[in-house]
Design a protein around this ligand. Structure first.
Ligand SMILES: [Zn+2]
Length: 305
């Protein structure tokens, strides 16, 4: 049986997103640790550190926003530009599932480091936040121009421009000697409508005084404890959700998607031996058997009759 210490350690290592509201109603805040999910994403996609760091931040950003949603509602955070990293996309569900990917301008060998650039996403492009909500038929899309820097810089700018809410955002990542993510963390603090802006400045000041989030996490500080140090007033925890890298793709879903193509396209794929389907979000590979092609075509022909 596990010791109490062991259980405590396991609990501390668990990725988690915690959303709170100060009791004076001035600030709302979310703290996230998504080290494991981000590392899983890096390993699944064979990402070098620059891409892995951006994806870790995008995964954190989407999970932070998803903590405000309900059940299966979800958030997409996407940055696209003219830099060596063409696109970063992350998706999170309120229930704690996250997934995402990075697309390089020039396809890379697994894990080969990108030369460090201050603007890996480039200087021209778009930053997009998409909300997929229960009571809306269409996704709600907000777009701002890409800002220089990382996802944190873009995220902050997005709130200022698109939502006009003063927001403080920090993300932190650290890598081990093998270039794999050991820490990914983030915190997000927002001024409530009508609140005193000085409250947010206090938070910024405290953030500057505190050690990097990654160091706090490594020392066993939990998201709640971080928020206690950071926020100028006591708070109520509204939400505390474990986070996991998880993709809802399946062989069946891919096959269903294929049936939306033309019969001739499927026949062509089969003839050329293009039988591998790769999920861009999680890197899972599905190889179609000959009999599956047969069955697919049968299904499609039945529909056209
Ligand atoms: Zn997938």
């Amino acid at each position: 049986m596990a010791t109490v210490e062991e259980l405590k350690r396991q609990f501390q290592q668990r990725d988690r997103v915690v959303r709170v509201l100060t009791v004076d109603g001035q600030l709302r805040a979310v703290a996230i640790k998504n080290s494991r999910a981000a590392r899983t994403a890096q390993e699944r996609h064979g990402l070098e550190p620059v891409g892995a760091r951006l994806l870790a931040q995008a995964l954190a950003a989407s999970a932070l926003l998803a903590s405000f949603l309900k059940g299966e509602e979800r958030i997409l955070v996407e940055a696209e530009g003219d830099g060596p990293i063409q696109k970063v996309a992350a998706e999170a569900l309120q229930v704690g599932e996250v997934r995402g990917y990075v697309r390089y301008a020039v396809p890379r060998e697994d894990g080969v480091p990108l030369r460090l650039s201050t603007n890996p996403l480039g200087t021209h492009g778009l930053f997009r936040v998409v909300r997929i909500l229960y009571n809306h038929i269409e996704p709600i899309v907000s777009v701002v121009e890409l800002q220089p820097g990382d996802i944190a810089a873009n995220f902050e700018y997005y709130f200022e421009r698109s939502e006009q809410i003063p927001t403080v955002v920090r993300f932190d990542t650290a890598f081990d000697a093998d270039g794999l993510l050991s820490v990914s963390a983030g915190v997000f603090v927002q001024l409530m409508p009508g609140a005193d802006p000085a409250q947010l400045r206090k938070v910024e000041q405290r953030l500057d005084e505190l050690p990097p989030l990654g160091e706090l996490w490594a020392a066993g500080v939990m998201p709640e404890a971080l928020l206690e140090q950071l926020l100028p007033a006591p708070f109520t925890v509204l939400n505390s959700t474990p986070i996991d890298f998880f993709c809802r793709c399946s062989r069946e879903r891919f096959k269903e998607l294929l049936t939306t193509l033309q019969i001739a396209d499927i026949e062509e794929m089969r003839r050329l031996g293009q039988n591998e389907l790769v999920c861009q979000y999680c890197g899972e590979r599905y190889r179609l058997e000959e009999r599956e092609f047969e069955e697919l075509l049968k299904r499609m022909r039945a529909r056209t009759n």
